[in-house]
Design a protein around this ligand. Structure first.
Ligand SMILES: Nc1ncnc2c1ncn2[C@@H]1O[C@H](COP(=O)(O)OP(=O)(O)O)[C@@H](O)[C@H]1O
Ligand SMILES: [Mg+2]
Length: 259
């Protein structure tokens, strides 16, 4: 354990993840400027901001897709460098991307195990262990209280079920933080509530969630904290109970400078 704790976090114990003064530029574009915040175990944080505010860039940095141009990342007090997505994953960080990154022609179970397929047999006789993958995926869907069936093809699934597949995938590696970049952008209202239920269930299991969404009611329904980004900078980081949709809208547009 590091002795370097941050003042306001002492009372809460060590944060799971801490970003300190993270910068990211793409050529002349400053996408993320001096961003610092912490995420505690089991905390659900809403991250909001206009298009181009830097939300996805921040997610990509935390997921090991982009190296930051400056700043530091700490996990449980230890400095970490995620130069590849597998590094972030090994440290318990998983991402649900906006497009979900699923293969339509494969089953739900095969999508859950995409890139980490289980095999059986020896040497040249190793083959996919589909039965075990169906069983494990079935257990994960049950845990998530989703009606998704492991053998169903993804192309025949509803948006909510696809979402469950993308989230079940993050559970294979015992994720401790799930970054969700606009997870409800492409699904119907009824399915949105399924995703909100999933988020509450993850939180109940002590998993932290960073939820990026344009849907103000969703963010207010599940988040404990709200972070607003404007032009790459944090303009608010506060308990959601101390904010309001009106304030957040003002912060996003710039009508309110900072809160
Ligand atoms: N790979 C990239 N190359 C160049 N510019 C990028 C790249 N990714 C994002 N940007 C720029 O960085 C800024 C922040 O983008 P982004 O993080 O996608 O915002 P958000 O997700 O909040 O809409 C935008 O100006 C965007 O054009
Ligand atoms: Mg984005």
């Amino acid at each position: 354990m590091s002795t370097e704790t941050h003042q306001e976090d002492c009372a809460l114990g060590e944060p799971f993840l801490e970003l300190r003064c993270i910068h990211k530029h793409f050529g002349a574009i400053q996408a993320v400027k001096s961003v610092s915040f912490t995420i505690s175990p089991g905390e659900v944080i809403g991250l909001m901001g206009d298009n181009g505010a830097g939300k996805s860039t921040l997610v990509n940095i935390m997921a090991g897709n982009y190296p930051p141009s400056g700043g530091e990342i700490y996990m449980e007090g230890k400095r970490v460098h995620f130069s590849k997505p597998v590094h972030a994953r090994k440290n318990g960080i998983e991402v649900v991307y906006q497009d979900l990154a699923l293969c339509d022609h494969l089953s739900a179970a095969h999508n859950v195990f995409l890139g980490q397929e289980l095999k059986k047999g020896f040497g040249p006789f190793r083959i996919l262990d589909s039965e075990t993958m169906y069983t494990v995926a079935g257990d994960l869907f049950r845990e998530l209280k989703s009606e998704t069936r492991p053998r169903d093809l993804v192309r025949e699934m509803s948006g909510g079920q696809r979402q469950a597949v993308a989230i079940a995938r993050t559970r294979l590696n015992s994720a401790r933080l799930i970054l969700m970049d606009e997870p409800t952008a492409a699904i119907s209202v009824r399915q949105v509530s399924e995703v909100m239920e999933l988020i509450k269930r993850l939180q109940h299991d002590g998993i932290a969630v960073l939820l990026i969404s344009h849907r103000m009611p969703d963010v207010f329904a599940v988040s404990e904290r709200i972070i607003v980004l404007r032009r790459g900078q944090i303009v608010a980081d506060k308990p959601i109970a101390c904010s309001s949709p009106e304030e957040v809208t003002g912060l996003i547009t710039g009508a309110i400078e900072r809160a």
